[in-house]
Ligand binder design. Structure first.
Ligand SMILES: [Zn+2]
Length: 676
């Protein structure tokens, strides 16, 4: 209750007063099309001109009493509130049917000038009961998918059903800022993107939805049937008087708020249609007769196959006639972690849909047992990418799904200290060194085309075979006991394809079997390049073109750590090859036995120009050695005479150093920050 109140208070002022709240991303989406497909602008203009002619002519095909449209909702969720209930979707459909058939009680609020043309559009929407393959469906699909955090890009439309047979509505968790929903005019986008995308809390009037947001779909489906915003599609509302190509909607600048009293702005004495569903005024309650005719013309046009939607054959095909009622379930699930170690228990949450489930069976060839609980748990005994299968049944049938969600890391002690991995032998990847496969493109592979030492190194073929997502490799486990300081050294080589290339290399460390990762390094673009100039041919590195990367791991002393190298290709353009070689995990200052010097204190830290020390008892100090992060000694003093302090050379650069103190009671290394 408290939370609802906060949401309400938060929304109310932005609705009433904010000029920025938008409920439709139609213009942004169209901009995206213009950018990605140069021909689209012409397509949109042709489409709009064509529709103007259609709209101005009489509706020729009005014999149809009611157009029935089969609908499928694809709910993309991450297990949260965005996985809205079936009831919320039924409610959204009720709102859509009410508004398109002028059954909304607020028609009484329609201002006098428009009462005569407020129209029953005679279009009804029904959930499909047969999918594209003729299988029983509730007309609602649900997918645990990161695409729930949606971006306007063709790769996000993974589940679209044939747009000539169904109206596809994607329900998602987030959209670009300020956008509640968007779609495209018919014939202006690809078949797969010809769908409505809407935030879960703008679906229906209940659940996560609200009466206020519930007409978002009315507006979007208006676009899907060829309606533009009442002010046209070239400007934001409130900028310039514009025409939507519909004869009975007056010229208007469009409204961000419900300005009924003073709405004759563009043409003196002509009231504008503030309450139109294709406005942003948030008091909408009507389509006009002209808009109805334009939508009917669209439904009688081959454009984007809209004419097929309501045909008797399609209503049969989609199960809108003689609906089936009881479906076999569809399997879906999620793991509670993406990375685990051998012997760890991984929990799985059932997100099956399309019918109640009677039995569950969880299994994996990488796991020792199986589970028959709704939410299963498996213990893994093989390293690598684990394929997990969920099989479900009910009286109407069986379904199963295999997902590849968990990477199993090797056990403790799988990596030896002072290890050097130069990718000569053994083969990579193996049971200890793991590599992730992208859906498309190159993973980290060994190659003999470049090497810093020996004849092999690791390569991401990012020139000819760019991966479609970040790729990573994982090291075995290391325990740095007795190492001071522990560090990671590796060599990398990369050339930018152009100065805009922003391919990135990141390195992470985990102390909890991959449950969480701390980022140690992020290099990209020019900071990743190891050569003088860009290369617009495929880059292959000579031994001299490798740079060393050095990372301090002294914070992880005495812990078991796994390291992850991740390469993220620049998704805005083709990049170039990356090579990695000679990974060394060690303490460079060696395996020297370290004995704590009791009571020794060093100050100040950070140090500026001098370092002072204080010991206890009879300890005699022999030497102080300052080492840089690579373990190189940069300064050394023998026991300072008659003083407990010594000066640092002026030439020292700011940064992290290690101070090794040799004394009669032992040797100890300290981390010292020098800041001048
Ligand atoms: Zn819109």
């Amino acid at each position: 209750m408290f939370q609802k109140l906060i949401v309400f208070l938060f929304l109310l002022p932005s609705i009433l007063f904010s000029q920025e709240l938008r409920r439709c991303g139609f213009l942004e989406a169209q901009d995206y099309l213009f950018k990605t497909d140069p021909e689209t602008k012409a397509k949109v203009e042709t489409a709009i001109n064509g529709f103007e002619k259609q709209a101005s002519s009489q509706n020729k095909n009005n014999s149809q009493a009611l157009y029935t449209i089969p609908v499928v909702f694809h709910v993309l969720h991450l297990g949260g509130a965005e996985n809205i209930s079936d009831a919320q979707i039924f409610d959204a459909l009720d709102v859509l049917n009410r508004d398109f058939n002028k059954q909304n009680p607020d028609t009484v609020n329609t201002v006098g000038a428009f009462q005569g043309i407020a129209s029953d559009c005679q279009i009804e929407f029904k959930l499909a009961t047969l999918d594209e393959n003729g299988n029983c469906t509730t007309g609602i699909t649900r997918h645990y998918d990161n695409a729930s955090n949606w971006e306007i890009s063709s790769s996000f439309y993974k589940y679209t059903w044939n747009r000539t047979k169904y109206l596809n509505i994607y329900v998602v968790k987030s959209l670009p800022p300020g956008v509640a929903a968007y779609t495209f005019l018919p014939g202006t986008t690809s078949a797969v993107m010809d769908a409505v995308v809407v935030l879960h809390n703008y679906v229906g009037s209940m659940g996560t939805g609200s009466p206020f947001g519930s007409r978002t779909l009315t507006h979007e489906v208006g676009h899907w049937f060829n309606l533009q915003h009442t002010w046209g599609s070239n400007n934001q509302p409130g900028v310039a008087c514009g025409d939507d190509g519909v004869g009975d909607t007056p010229l208007t600048k469009g409204f961000n708020f419900c300005n009924l009293a003073n709405s004759a702005i563009c043409t003196s004495g002509v009231e504008e249609n503030v309450q139109n569903y294709m406005e942003y005024a948030f008091c909408s309650n009507m389509f006009t007769l002209g808009q109805r005719n334009r939508m009917h013309n669209t439904l009688n046009s081959a454009n984007a196959g809209r004419i097929n939607l309501w045909s008797p054959g399609n209503l049969q095909f989609t199960g809108v006639f003689n609906p089936t009622v009881a479906c076999a379930p569809k399997a879906d699930f999620m793991a509670n972690r993406a990375v685990a170690c051998i012997g760890d228990t991984v929990m799985f949450t059932d997100y099956s849909y399309n019918g109640s489930v009677s039995t569950w069976e969880w299994s994996s060839v990488s796991a020792s047992g199986s589970s028959t609980l709704q939410n299963g748990a498996l213990v893994f005994n093989q390293t690598g990418s684990a394929h997990v299968k969920l099989k479900i049944t009910n009286n109407n049938g069986v379904d199963s799904i295999i997902k590849n969600l968990v990477l199993i890391l090797p056990a403790a002690n799988s990596g030896s200290n002072n290890l050097i991995q130069s990718f000569e032998v053994p083969p990579f990847p193996d049971n200890n060194w793991l590599s992730t496969e992208p859906k498309y493109g190159s993973a980290f592979l060994t190659t003999s085309l470049s090497a810093r030492s020996g004849s092999n190194c690791l390569w991401v073929n990012n020139f000819y075979d760019t991966p479609n997502e970040p790729v990573a490799f994982y090291t075995p486990a290391f325990v740095f006991q007795g190492f001071s300081p522990a560090q990671l050294s590796f060599y990398y080589a990369y050339a930018q394809k152009s100065t805009n290339s922003n391919d990135r290399l990141k390195v992470f460390v985990s102390t909890n079997c991959g449950w969480s990762w701390n980022q140690l390094l992020d290099m990209g673009g020019a900071s990743l390049t190891t050569v003088q100039s860009t290369s617009n041919t495929a880059f292959f590195a000579t031994a001299q073109q490798f740079n060393q990367g050095l990372l301090d791991l002294s914070d992880y002393a005495d812990e078991q750590v796994y390291l992850k190298f991740e390469f993220s290709p620049d998704m805005n353009g083709p990049g170039n090859n990356l090579f990695i070689d000679d990974i060394m995990v060690s303490g460079v200052t060696g395996l020297k036995e370290q004995r704590r010097i009791s009571g020794l204190r060093l100050f100040p830290n950070p140090a500026q120009s001098e370092i002072c020390f204080q010991g206890t008892g009879t300890t005699i100090f022999h030497y102080f050695k300052l080492l840089d992060i690579s373990g190189l000694c940069v300064f050394e003093v023998l026991r300072p005479a008659n003083s407990n302090c010594f000066s640092l050379p002026e030439s020292l650069k700011d940064g992290l150093y290690f101070l090794e103190v040799g004394s009669s009671s032992g040797t100890q290394t300290f981390k010292i920050l020098i800041r001048k």
